[in-house]
Ligand binder design. Structure first.
Ligand code: SF4
Length: 315
């Protein structure tokens, strides 16, 4: 197994100090060679030379399942998030993990590549109540360009079957901002996800040395804030075509249509996902302004700056 360094520190299994404690335990399947997928942005990818201890910016040291279960059984953690990778018998292993965490009385969020709906029903019986789906790319052409392991249509069929099994709002689809998508494609995908019953978790591209996408740049903060705010508005029921307006080629949000107050705006930069998910520093460099905030308390240090960035998007 692997577990995020922050999780292991919180369980007393690694030394160190975490700026923000993970609210749920983040676990990843282990393979010495990483995942058999070849996604161009991922450290676990078969095409990456980056350390297999990494996923995004987070370090995931190895830990035995027994040690982890012992640590969790004496902790306050009530939910575990399992990140799977593609390897031989990974689905059977994932079932075993779910059952093991369920026996400790923990809720389980499972992030997995497309599997048959019958497997999802079995996962639900074993204790999974939220499903994570790494759609990641915002369009079919980007999914192909970044060498996703399944077709665009397969991911969408999987999201729909996830909603059938776990219910509306209990599938959380991950999207990476900064892969070269158009704003129109990105927001149309967010809107389509909402219409099929999925929630959305946004990630900022984290270019990692050794991956094929390692030479790209992280997205500009202004663009990321715009996407965060637009995502919140779409999830609140607005159509992006009604609030995105362009001035001198730059996109803005039409505030007169929306009537937002300052607190509503700030909600947009806090991590969305399964209950309690705060995935600290997944895309962020400690000390630098975060793309995603793990909660209100951490946001309070950056509140004025972020509020100003959001206000500047309104016109
Ligand atoms: S399928 Fe997931 S874990 Fe595997 S290479 Fe792609 S993004 Fe990474």
């Amino acid at each position: 197994m692997r577990a995020s360094l922050g999780t292991l520190i919180a369980l007393g299994l690694e030394r160190g100090r975490a700026d923000v404690t993970p609210e749920i335990a983040y676990i990843m399947q282990y393979s010495e060679s990483g995942c058999a997928g070849k996604c161009a942005f991922c450290a676990q990818s078969a095409s990456s030379h980056a350390s297999k201890e990494l996923l995004s910016r987070v370090v995931w040291p190895e830990v035995s399942l027994d040690t982890l279960l012992r640590g969790l059984s004496s902790s306050n953690y009530r939910r575990v998030c399992i990140q799977t990778i593609i390897k031989s018998r990974f689905i059977e292993e994932a079932h075993y993990l779910v059952r093991s965490f369920n026996e400790l009385g923990m809720k389980v969020s499972l992030s997995i590549t497309p599997v048959p709906e019958s497997e999802l029903r079995q996962f639900a019986r074993e204790g999974v109540d939220y499903l994570g789906v790494g759609l990641d790319a915002a369009s079919r052409s980007l999914a192909e360009a970044y060498e996703r392991p399944y077709t665009w249509n397969t991911y969408w069929d999987f999201i729909r079957s996830g909603v059938r099994v776990f219910g509306r709002g209990r599938v959380v689809t991950h999207l990476i901002v900064g892969l070269g998508e158009s704003l129109k494609d990105l927001l149309s995908t967010v809107e389509k996800l909402r219409s099929v019953g999925s929630d959305i978790s946004l990630f900022a591209l984290t270019p990692l040395k050794g991956t094929k996408a390692g030479k790209l740049s992280s997205p500009p903060v202004r663009y990321y804030r715009l996407v965060q705010l637009a995502t919140k508005l779409i999830m609140d029921g607005h159509n992006w075509r009604d609030f995105i307006i362009y001035r001198e080629g730059k996109p803005y949000i039409n505030k007169s249509v929306l009537g937002l107050d300052a607190d509503d705006l700030l909600e947009a930069v806090i991590i969305r996902g399964c209950p309690g998910c705060n995935r600290p520093f997944y895309n962020e460099v400690p000390g630098r302004e975060p793309y995603n905030f793990p909660g209100r308390e951490y946001l309070s240090k950056w509140k004025e700056k972020v509020a100003e960035e959001l206000r500047e998007l309104l016109i």
